[in-house]
Design a protein around this ligand. Structure first.
Ligand code: SF4
Length: 189
């Protein structure tokens, strides 16, 4: 059984696959506690592999995104194999602190400050920029694309972000590109 927070259908909002119609499987639970985390991942329903497959069959896209929480704490070879048997393309969004099941088609590593990264390869690296030194991530992880994402914080009912700071950093360090949370701009899930 897998602890699943939600399964839903939307557009991928971030990174290289922005705009891709995708089925999101959000796993409950995370091994980190980032201060800017805005994901509700504590609640869950226990679902069997068959129940998950039945749920994703409700949607027309073959692009599946395993997210969380931290999906690598639960996603296993049996799930990936079953998805591949159904001709699904499997992507994962991970904080990089835990080994992955084999044969995942698209890996997004989003490392968090102070955590021990065990993954060294990814398709894309995506870092929420809070002004920290991000260059060690660039050296540490071999990826096709490197993204910085603004950090958005809500305080006293007012939401602010550091978009201008991220733009400046990317322009000065062009091995990084800007990634925006377009799903939030579009007000979709
Ligand atoms: S790793 Fe991601 S899901 Fe986990 S606490 Fe940090 S931002 Fe939230």
């Amino acid at each position: 059984m897998y602890k699943i927070n939600e399964i839903f259908y939307s557009l991928q909002g971030e990174g290289a696959n922005t705009g891709m119609p995708s089925v999101f499987i959000r796993f409950a639970g995370c091994n980190l506690r980032c201060p800017f985390c805005d994901t509700e991942f504590e609640q869950y329903t226990e679902m069997s592999l068959d129940a998950i497959l039945d749920a994703i069959d409700e949607y027309p896209s073959d692009f599946i995104i395993l997210t969380g929480g931290e999906p690598s704490l639960q996603a296993d070879d049996a799930l990936i194999e079953a998805l591949h048997e159904r001709d699904k393309v499997v992507a994962i969004e991970t904080n990089g602190t835990h080994r992955l099941p084999k044969d995942i088609d698209w890996v997004t590593v989003s490392p968090k400050e102070g955590s021990k990264i065990v993954l060294r390869e990814a398709d894309e690296l995506k870092v929420v920029f809070t002004g920290q030194d991000v260059e060690p991530y660039f050296s540490m992880i071999d990826a096709e694309s490197y993204y910085l994402q603004p950090c958005s914080i809500e305080k006293d009912g007012v939401r602010t972000d550091n978009c201008a700071e991220v733009i400046d950093y990317c322009l000065a360090n062009p091995h990084w590109s800007l990634s925006l949370q377009t799903h939030k701009m579009l007000n979709i899930q």
